[in-house]
Design a binder for this molecule. Structure first.
Ligand code: MG
Length: 400
């Protein structure tokens, strides 16, 4: 197996082909409502938001092209959808039709994803694409949870080794030339696979497996819709979100370093007074984190009467605080921090501070916003007797 790195662009085919006989509805299942949206709109939004996917072709069942275009693509303003094409009798034919349209576009990898898998996590999309870039062919799959039996005439013949069995999902991502060849060979030989990976396997290609997700369900039966509905509302319900606020003040004093957001700033030999490094901005963030997680305040975690915290680096306290917040079952969504100080100017240092805080908190810098305001010469901050900082934090309850 060659491991040449492929840097190519990704085009997606979304077959929304089936007419959903099992639902007993007149409408194809991809139009059924899930949390108020057509199922297909949920699916397309995952790829519209993906930074990896540039072009999308949707394959609609014959007679439904216009409603897909109007009720889904135009209504939700999906800008990456280049065309809605007509599907075939089988899924493979539908993918083939989608691929024919894509052929004129510039891309290196083709991603295929079922229109009725609306909850595919962004991380799974990225992981499958990354593996396909390395190896040419990769799909999402999950290990089976149940014990599998081989049965003939109602009697168990053998127990299948569960370690060897994976359930295929989508996305499935392939080198465009491999897929073109596989589709052409299958068409010529009248071979029909239940997924595209099967066609490449038949060609002798190594198709790599990337862990998918139990949430990445295929909506085939009415009860799947109910499950998807509950998975979506679980992710969005207010119960899953927590907000917290923090406020801190330190006095300005001579002969101290000024440390803000983990960075030492020049302040004419003056700094903030405190038991630790007195990083007021980081303290406000930590207190907001504890607040959102429903934990006691920063003073009870790191008492200023404890010599262990004398001269402590606040970034180390942030690392510890974030670990406690995560242990309590939360993950950071974002934080906004405002420093109240007459001087110095913070803007030139804000990016470096964000990076320092992000490193300490093990999160992306974009989740941490830092800004500053003067108080127009008013109050203790205006008179440069001290500095204050405010922070708000949003946490999400981590999924089990
Ligand atoms: Mg403090």
């Amino acid at each position: 197996m060659s491991q040449t790195k492929r840097n190519g662009a990704v085009a997606a085919i979304i077959p929304a082909g089936g007419v959903g006989q099992r639902f007993g509805h007149e409408h194809p299942k991809q139009f059924l409502r899930l949390a108020g949206w057509p199922v297909l709109a949920h699916t397309l939004s995952r790829f519209e938001q993906s930074l990896e996917v540039e072009d999308i072709v949707v394959v609609a069942p014959a007679g439904f092209e216009e409603s897909v275009q109007k009720e889904v693509v135009e209504r939700f303003s999906f800008t990456k959808v280049r065309r809605v094409v007509t599907g075939g009798q089988t899924r493979q034919e539908s993918v083939y039709n989608g691929f024919l349209f894509l052929e004129d576009l510039e891309f290196d990898l083709v991603l295929i994803h079922d229109g009725v898998r609306p909850l595919v996590p962004p991380g799974v999309i990225e992981a499958v694409i990354a593996q396909a870039r390395l190896a040419g062919a990769a799909i999402a799959a999950v290990k089976t949870r149940d014990t599998l039996k081989k049965v003939e005439h109602g009697v168990i013949v053998s127990t299948v080794d569960r370690e060897l069995v994976w359930q295929a999902q989508t996305p499935q991502v392939f080198d465009r030339h491999w897929l073109a060849e596989a589709l052409a060979i299958a068409k010529k030989n009248g071979f029909s696979g239940t997924d595209e990976a099967g066609l490449l396997e038949a060609m002798g290609k190594s198709v790599f497996v990337v862990p998918g997700s139990a949430d990445n369900i295929k909506i085939t039966h009415p009860e799947d819709l109910a499950l998807a509905e509950s998975l979506i509302s679980y992710g969005e319900e207010e119960e899953g979100m927590r907000i917290g606020m923090g406020y801190d003040v330190h006095q300005i004093a001579p002969g101290r370093d000024l440390v803000l957001g983990g960075k030492k700033l020049d302040f004419g030999g003056k700094g903030l007074l405190g038991h630790s490094d007195a990083d007021v901005l980081t303290h406000a963030l930590i207190d907001a984190l504890f607040g959102a997680a429903g934990l006691p305040d920063i003073g009870s975690h790191y008492p200023d009467t404890d010599p262990a915290y004398s001269g402590a680096k606040s970034l180390d306290l942030l690392t510890d605080a974030m670990a406690r917040v995560r242990a309590a079952g939360f993950e950071l969504v974002n934080a906004d921090i405002t420093l109240l100080a007459q001087r110095p100017k913070i803007a030139p240092h804000a990016q470096a501070m964000r990076r320092a805080l992000a490193l300490a908190a093990s999160c992306e810098a974009e989740r941490l916003n830092i800004k500053a305001t003067t108080t127009e010469g008013l109050g203790f901050t205006g008179r440069e007797e001290g500095m204050a900082a405010l922070s708000v934090v949003l946490l999400t309850k981590r999924r089990a």
